[in-house]
Write a protein that binds this ligand. Structure first.
Ligand code: SF4
Length: 231
């Protein structure tokens, strides 16, 4: 935990069901001890919708995992232990309004399961990898791309995460974002690793960002990033 020792904020994006995998029994406690922010995916507060998207048993395990984190103090503004949830649409449509959906999540999770959390991030589905395969299989790829393009929001362009963040792969290669990393599109179209740069300051103002059709998912509607809606 060198990053925490250097007083850096550390965020773990976590599928909450991993807390129940063999050998992971102390993971939640490890997060708490090191004051790691947890960002957990929960596509809906309804069991039916979650199981349709993620499979049987995932909802119940996720709820149990969130309860464990709450017991450790996560989601309680007084402890400083941050628990954020992620919503992504269960199909080829844009996310609803993030603030309104957060209120619904807060109400339903509190009333049904006594669960607390800090923020809800709505994230637009990227037309890449498994979601792309689903779109192609269902003959929905073109209509989904049309939806993204027709909802292009010019105001979100200044806020897309590749303008201020970079992604680093396990072997040190640099990418404009984690989506480009998944697609193996090098930073600014020029393959570089952390050993090729002196510091992040070496990136100049005019540094190119490698864009492609999937970028329309970041700029559609309210915009989308790892921190949720942009506008
Ligand atoms: S997908 Fe495109 S617009 Fe979105 S963060 Fe990555 S490079 Fe930027």
């Amino acid at each position: 935990m060198a990053a925490r020792e250097a007083s850096k904020e550390v965020i773990v994006r976590c599928n909450i069901t991993v807390l129940f995998e063999p050998g992971q029994e102390d993971t939640a406690h490890f997060f708490e001890v090191h004051n790691v922010n947890v960002v957990a995916s929960l596509p809906c507060y309804s069991k039916k919708n979650v199981e349709q998207q993620r499979g049987r048993g995932v909802f119940d395990k996720s709820i149990e995992g969130l309860k464990i984190l709450n017991q450790l103090g996560y989601g309680n503004p007084e402890t400083g232990l941050v628990l954020d949830l992620v919503y992504n649409p269960g199909g080829a449509f844009l996310p609803p309004n993030q603030d309104k959906l957060k209120q619904d999540y807060k109400k339903e999770l509190k009333e049904l399961f006594n669960i607390e959390f800090n923020n809800l991030f709505t994230i637009t589905n990227m037309p890449i990898k498994r979601f792309l395969d689903d779109l192609l299989r269902q003959g929905k790829f073109e209509s989904y791309m049309e939806l993204l393009v027709n909802n292009f929001n010019v105001q979100s362009v200044d806020e897309v995460m590749c303008r201020t963040l970079i992604s680093v792969s396990h072997d040190g290669e640099l990418f404009d974002c984690d989506f480009n990393q998944m697609l193996n599109l090098p930073l600014g179209n020029k393959k570089r690793t952390i050993w090729d740069i002196e510091s992040l300051d070496s990136f100049s103002e005019g540094e190119k960002i490698k864009t492609a059709n999937h970028c329309y998912a970041c700029t559609a509607g309210a915009g989308s990033s790892c921190g949720g809606a942009l506008k």
